[in-house]
Design a protein around this ligand. Structure first.
Ligand code: NAD
Length: 394
């Protein structure tokens, strides 16, 4: 029997992405799987059901995708939907267990195995599965466009008969995957770009994109695994003093700073915003984690003294088609790692050799990404979520 894969329509507010796009559906079908996509799942990404052709069955009922052997999703489904899954089935999606303990509880009750996309180790071999990076790249690109679009100014230098316009100054804070894309995009649009990161190792990458790297003297916060660590109060002050100086003449500030497993670091104070020029814009990519700026309100645009502060919480969803395409590729690469040609050499209804699940639990990528195994906590993220979940919830 072919492995049944189900792809639900996402239901989180503001979510427009879909876990499988037609190009990836065609790849999966070559593995002899039986793909079921919920009716209208791609619609918000402008992918009509018909685009899947005969590579997928369009399921009109939600149950027909949740009773699959493997469910592929963008966000963790609601507990009521997880309850519809078969015991021992596999769910692969973003979970953010610390924010969704009730989902982890539902996975436990349903006896489901879950791989969390945010847990995939950032190792070279797993780069093609790294959805944090693919979605951060989409977010970084788009937030530079949001800044450009919200400014009452040009980004490039313009020499016209009506006079010369000077290039806008864009300051990008945080030069990880998203920040580097924001730098590259703002630079392509002709802005003069400055960037800052607590990891001074990023200087070279920033400069290779044509931007100038800013240094806060005495602040160097490389943490474990190439990530940043939280700053001490003294370091925070030094950083803020340096940034405040650079923000006074910035036209746009884009903040992308994050510390894994922690709320977004608060870097921009109200006073720093008050020091910005009227008409300037701050785009806070940290909004979903509480914001890098004290004034950010998730999914709102706030104006303070003629400075616009924008806090979009799901920027990849604003680039739904390509963000979905990259995410679907990441999922398919992870799933391929779990499959092998079936031993009995049987073929699918389409005459393709069937692949079956053969998970190597010792593989570093599998071991890193598994959140729950057959309903048992298989990671610290799951254990912490379960110990924090409400014992009275049913
Ligand atoms: N080897 C791989 O496969 C792989 C894949 C992806 C990313 N990475 C590495 O992981 C690292 C971070 O990636 P990410 O983009 O997911 O990071 P992230 O989203 O966790 O953080 C974004 C950036 O914010 C910075 N930051 C944190 N606190 C800050 C502060 N107070 N002020 C200014 N900046 C602050 C971080 O240093 C980071 O560069 C990078 O070194 C990247 O090269 C490796």
């Amino acid at each position: 029997m072919s492995l049944k894969i189900g792809v639900p329509k996402e239901t989180a507010s503001g979510e427009t992405r879909v876990a499988v796009v037609p190009k990836v559906a065609a790849k999966l079908v070559k593995l002899g799987v039986d793909l079921h996509i919920q009716k209208g799942a791609g619609q918000a990404s402008r992918i009509p059901d018909s685009a899947f052709g005969d590579n997928a069955t369009i399921a009109s009922r939600q149950t027909d995708v949740f009773d699959a052997d493997v469910v592929l999703a963008v966000n963790v489904p609601a507990p009521t939907k997880i309850a519809k899954m078969k015991r021992g089935a596999i769910l692969i999606c973003f979970v953010q267990a610390h924010q969704n303990p009730e989902a982890v509880e539902a996975l436990q009750k349903a006896g489901v195995t879950c791989f969390a996309m945010e847990l995939i180790p950032r190792i070279t071999r797993a780069q093609s599965m790294d959805a944090l990076s693919s979605q951060a790249a989409a977010a970084g690109y788009k937030c530079a466009l949001i800044a450009a679009d919200s400014l009452p100014r040009f980004l490039p230098m313009l020499t016209t008969a009506a006079g010369t316009i000077r290039p806008a100054k864009v300051l990008v804070i945080g030069a990880g995957v998203a920040g580097l894309q924001a730098i590259a995009t703002a630079n392509r649009l002709g802005a003069k770009v400055f960037a800052y990161d607590v990891r001074t190792d990023t200087k070279e990458q920033v400069e290779s994109l044509g931007a100038e790297f800013l240094i806060a003297e005495g602040v160097k916060a490389e943490g474990e695994g190439g990530y940043a660590r939280e700053l001490t109060d003294e370091e925070k002050q030094k950083q803020q003093d340096m940034l405040a100086d650079n923000m006074t003449d910035a036209d746009a500030v884009i903040t992308t700073a994050a510390v894994p497993g922690k709320p977004a670091p608060k870097i921009i104070s109200e006073a720093m915003v008050d020091g910005m020029k009227p008409g300037s814009v701050l785009v806070d990519l940290g909004a979903s984690g509480g914001g890098n700026c004290e004034l950010t309100e998730p999914d709102k645009t706030v104006t303070r003294n003629n400075v616009t502060i924008i806090g979009p919480s799901n920027v990849p969803a604003m680039l739904a088609e390509h963000a979905s395409e990259m995410y679907a590729q990441n999922l398919s690469n992870l799933l391929s790692l779990m499959l092998r040609e079936s031993e009995d050499q049987s073929t699918s209804a389409k005459g393709i050799k069937i692949h079956e699940l053969a998970i190597d639990w010792d593989d570093a990528v599998i071991d890193g990404a598994v959140l729950m195994r057959d309903g048992e906590a298989a990671s610290d993220a799951a254990r912490n979520a379960l110990s924090n979940s409400d014992p009275n919830s049913s």
